[in-house]
Design a protein around this ligand. Structure first.
Ligand SMILES: C[S@@+](CC[C@H](N)C(=O)[O-])C[C@H]1O[C@@H](n2cnc3c(N)ncnc32)[C@H](O)[C@@H]1O
Ligand SMILES: C[n+]1cn([C@@H]2O[C@H](CO)[C@@H](O)[C@H]2O)c2nc(N)[nH]c(=O)c21
Length: 752
């Protein structure tokens, strides 16, 4: 403890300490017991009242036990009657009499304000089994013979743990300024309303509902809107500023105010564990599961990530962040589990890529399913998750052809049947899988929302300190109805749109060859001819670059009119937007806003420009590469839309400021097909700086469509919207495979 800069008397685990508060606690229990018989008031109210009395008693006992003499006074010891451990040298250097009473007052104030919530949270955390069984809700743990001792212990742990930490920081010069009382009470009453905290069946005949665990959490959350203000720092000590929300939006401003001496050691969580944050690269705070302690994170170097410019600021201009035990980290938040699970199912990536505008991590997320059962549908989609290699049964035909007819194939066939049965309208296949909201919100506790989890809607929120409004991420999934290849077949068969049935899983050419079991010699010949024909058609760029063959196999997905003279170069092959996706994006633009002129800033061979034009827009198609531009013009001719497209050769980064647009479509080069190899794609690592591309586009219009890799860090993308902005993220599926991500900004965001 000494090493950690903590007073000795706080060493050891919390419940090994003297039980002065317990004494008070017993008194409180007695008071409660007495009252219980005649008073049928709500649980929360009674806890609060008891805590107040306890605090009052505790402060009296402090006064009695600690003389006014500064030599003897030791606010570090607080109400701890165990003097033998007191290291007077250390404590005396830390405490002046004035500080002592000040800290004591502040502590009382703090405990009065938050003790109830902290205590209850502590209890809930320690006894989830009671909570689960409903006992926690229905019994007053302090009055039940079974739980009374445990409650007392719990009280002590909680009280001392927080007291210890409060003192520690107070002695570093941090001060606590009670939040606006009216605000707090407002929140409390709101919580009480929301959480039925006033209700406890065993207390009142009229009370019917049970105090549920999540309700407790709601209360605690509201109770935790601690605003430790900083004005009263003494002797240049920076004051404590507590950001009491879980996962902070760590904007530079949020760290730009106050911080303790960076050399100060951190207090423990009461277990002797010290949470060192150094070297931790994740921007979210580490997990602290301790129920009796708080998570403390104070080192500016630990807080300031990414070599932010704050590193250059004087320490006194930085702010400490304290995570309390009742604040849930992103990955410990049960609601976040929902988010993570959904992300996994949906193939969304939450990375730690640098966020736009100095934001280093999100503090508030809301996850909502927009449709029932989307998760179940998602399991049929290929999110490109790593697949465990399995031994496969290979069946051989009499002719000796290997047929990978397997259970998987059977499953596929069954699935195809089912999907074809279920899905009627391909347009309806623009399926909204989920909505994920990332909300930036004010530090103002009034604006804070409480986490709630609903089925099938789930909300996950945490708070940010300083952004003023919210940013929304909607994540949808598109199943392109018939894939373009299938459609091409239909086209070839003069059967375009003959069926509005989804063609869910096209077995690729190469697989068909393997699975087709020739019935007779004629078929064999036909098959050979077929292959020959295809091989003959291979354009030189494909023949020259074998890995492009797979794109060739999908050529009709890229351009349904491929055979009418479409031209692509190597980059064009692997980066053109498949027609169905381009068509969908164009339809979104048409539906969402009156976007007369669309700038296709990186038009390539024209996949998107053609569809925008087809949808009735005027298009300014820009590309730096003259070959692409030629091909784009050629391809636009194939589709008969050249009159609506103006082709401009140039660097969008330089041209942007001279353009006028109602919407800008951005499909920059991602750095080749290797983008998939990254777990999460960082848009700053593209050939062009993804932030800069966006910034320039923003100067033209707020209506922006960003076409990005499917593994793009959604949090990074969301940050583009900035505080108060909104963003809709759409996952584009083709042939049941997650292909790309389309991100909409401005009026293009679908209204839900
Ligand atoms: C991925 S491709 C676009 C594909 C296009 N959406 C399509 O469907 O065909 C990206 C294009 O951006 C072009 N490009 C790269 N840097 C550029 C710049 N600074 N300004 C304009 N175009 C650029 C490349 O030549 C390439 O054709
Ligand atoms: C390398 N690549 C693939 N796609 C798109 O992703 C799909 C799946 O790989 C491709 O079909 C293509 O549409 C690209 N789009 C853009 N804008 N830029 C790229 O560099 C790029």
């Amino acid at each position: 403890m000494l090493k950690m800069g903590l007073p000795l008397q706080f060493g050891g685990s919390s419940y090994e300490r003297d039980y002065v508060p317990l004494d008070s606690c017993e008194k409180v229990n007695k008071i409660w017991k007495k009252r219980k018989t005649k008073c049928k008031r709500p649980l929360a109210e009674r806890i609060q009242e008891a805590i107040e009395e306890l605090a009052h008693n505790a402060s009296h006992s402090c006064e009695e036990e600690f003389p006014a003499d500064p030599e003897q006074a030791d606010i570090q010891g607080g109400c701890n009657v165990n003097h033998k451990d007191v290291n007077t040298t250390e404590s005396s250097t830390l405490n002046a009499p004035s500080t002592e009473s000040h800290v004591k007052d502040k502590w009382e104030e703090y405990w009065n304000q938050y003790g109830q919530g902290l205590l209850w949270q502590h209890w809930v955390e320690k006894h989830p089994e009671l909570s689960l069984s409903g006992e926690l809700c229905s019994l007053e743990p302090w009055s039940s013979a079974d739980t009374k001792d445990e409650w007392d212990k719990c009280y002590n742990e909680c009280y001392w743990s927080y007291f210890e930490q409060f003192q520690y920081w107070s002695n570093q010069g941090w001060t606590f300024d009670a939040p606006n009382v009216s605000k707090i009470s407002e929140i409390q009453s709101q919580s009480a309303d929301e959480s039925n905290l006033n209700i406890s069946p065993r207390m009142s005949a009229g009370d019917s509902d049970c105090l549920q665990e999540d309700h407790c959490k709601t209360l605690v959350k509201s109770m935790s809107n601690i605003n430790l203000d900083t004005e009263e720092s003494d002797q240049g000590h920076p004051s404590l500023s507590v950001i009491n929300e879980g996962n902070q939006l760590q904007t530079p401003e949020s760290f730009g105010k106050h911080c303790p001496d960076p050399n100060q050691n951190e207090p423990s969580d009461g277990t002797g564990k010290k949470y060192a944050a150094s070297g931790h690269t994740d921007t979210s705070p580490p997990v602290s599961q301790r129920s009796s302690g708080s998570y403390w994170r104070t080192s500016p170097s630990a807080i300031l990530k990414d070599g932010d410019e704050e590193d250059d600021e004087p320490p006194e201009c930085k702010q400490a962040k304290i995570k309390r035990s009742h604040e849930l980290d992103a990955d410990e938040d049960p609601c976040n589990d929902v988010l993570v699970a959904a992300s996994t199912i949906l193939g969304l990536k939450h990375g730690t890529a640098q966020k736009c505008g100095g934001v280093s991590s999100f503090s508030r997320r809301t996850l909502r399913y927009l449709e029932k059962g989307v998760k179940y549908r998602s399991q049929f989609l290929d999110m490109h998750r790593p697949v465990k290699a399995k031994n496969k049964h290979i069946f051989f035909t009499e002719e000796g052809n290997a047929v990978p007819k397997s259970r998987t194939l059977n499953k596929v066939q069954t699935f195809l049947k089912e999907v074809n049965k279920d899905i009627q309208d391909p347009l309806a296949e623009t399926v909204t899988l989920q909505e994920v909201e990332y909300s930036f919100s004010s530090t103002d506790s009034e604006e804070q929302n409480h986490p709630e989890v609903k089925e099938p809607s789930a909300h996950l929120e945490s708070q940010s300190p300083d952004s003023m409004a919210k940013s929304t991420v909607l994540s949808n999934s598109i199943w392109c109805s018939k894939d373009a290849c299938a459609e091409q077949d239909a086209h070839h068969d003069n059967d375009l749109n003959s069926s509005r049935q989804l063609v869910p899983l096209e077995i690729p050419d190469y697989l068909q060859h393997e699975t087709e079991v020739p019935k007779n010699g004629d078929d064999k010949v036909k098959k050979k001819r077929k292959i020959k024909r295809k091989t003959k058609c291979l354009p030189p760029e494909i023949a020259a670059v074998p890995h492009l063959a797979k794109y060739w196999a999908q050529r009709y997905r890229l351009f349904s009119r491929f055979d009418e003279g479409i031209k692509l170069d190597e980059e064009g092959w692997f980066s053109v937007t498949p027609e169905k996706i381009a068509e969908h994006i164009a339809s979104r633009v048409r539906q969402s806003c009156d976007c007369g002129v669309v700038v296709d800033a990186f038009c390539g061979v024209g996949g998107n420009a053609i569809q925008f034009a087809k949808a009735g827009n005027r298009v300014i198609a820009v590309d730096i590469d003259p070959v692409k531009l030629d091909f784009a013009r050629n391809n636009a001719e194939v589709y008969g839309v050249t009159d609506r497209i103006e082709f401009i050769r140039g660097d969008f980064m330089l041209l942007a400021q001279d353009l006028k647009a109602d919407a800008v479509f951005l499909s920059p080069p991602w750095g080749g097909p290797d983008y998939v190899s990254a777990e999460t794609f960082d848009i700053r690592t593209m050939c062009l700086d993804g932030f800069e591309v966006f910034r320039l586009s923003k100067q033209l219009t707020k209506n922006i469509i960003y076409f990005l890799p499917r593994n793009t860090d959604v949090e990074q993308v969301a940050s583009l919207a900035g505080p108060g902005g909104q963003v809709e993220i759409e996952q584009n599926f083709l042939n049941k495979k997650l292909k790309t991500m389309t991100v909409y900004f401005g009026d293009l965001i679908r209204k839900v």
